[in-house]
Design a protein. Structure first.
Length: 221
């Protein structure tokens, strides 16, 4: 869930942030900003409960909780895959919507700062197309601060998944850690906190590696 959410967060948030920066103070910009602020402000337990009320209880499209359905063992291999995908749809949707707001706003802010730089005005004055100015010159420099946010969001996905997994009764590491904390399982709780610390260090390492990818000035030859 964390890996899928991170991929979706990058795919959705960064393009929307660029679009909002390109169309500053337009209806598109205001709409994207409102959606981003809503994603930042909504608590996980409230948004997940709202999705369960609408899609599980009112519409009946998904099961209320669990990772698999009642007839999971009787299904074929493809049927088992679709059954798990059906049960994971709402949890992943919850994590994705609540995580894209911050990255989207950060992308927009940094993109606006880069678009107002002198070298961007010079590139436009040389007659370069707007697409090349945005995606070749501006976006590459916008990536430099973004890699810090992407690397730092890695442990946040797993800590946020603890609430989501608990609400949807999905037996992942977050749900298991919650049960361990409630039951007083100190060794497992210590393992979970150590796991988050390792993810934090891994996120910082990923950020450092990505710096060298997007910024030639920090490469070591």
């Amino acid at each position: 869930m964390g890996a899928i959410t991170m991929v979706l967060e990058i795919i959705i948030a960064i393009p929307l942030g660029i679009i909002a920066a390109k169309k500053q103070y337009s209806k598109t910009d205001y709409t994207i900003s409102v959606l981003a602020l809503a994603g930042i402000s909504l608590p996980t337990f409230f948004f997940a409960s709202l999705l369960k009320l609408v899609f599980c209880i009112k519409l009946g499209w998904f099961d209320l909780m669990g990772l698999v359905g009642r007839n999971y063992e009787q299904l074929s291999a493809w049927g088992k895959f679709l059954d798990k995908a059906d049960h994971l749809f709402l949890p992943i949707l919850t994590l994705t919507i609540l995580s894209i707001g911050g990255l989207m706003r950060y992308t927009r802010t940094n993109m606006l700062e880069v678009l107002n730089a002198d070298y961007i005005r010079t590139a436009r004055a040389k007659g370069l197309s707007e697409r090349k100015v945005i995606y070749h010159h501006a976006f590459r420099n916008t990536l430099i601060p973004l890699v810090t946010i992407i690397g730092g969001s890695l442990p946040g996905l797993f800590s946020g998944a603890m609430i989501t997994e608990t609400l949807y009764s999905i037996p992942g590491i977050g749900y298991t850690s919650y049960q361990a904390m409630v039951g007083g399982d100190i060794p497992f709780s210590m393992f979970y906190l150590t796991f988050l610390a390792v993810l934090t260090l891994l996120g910082n390492l990923i950020s450092d590696i990505l710096y060298a990818v997007v910024d030639p000035r920090v490469r070591i030859s």
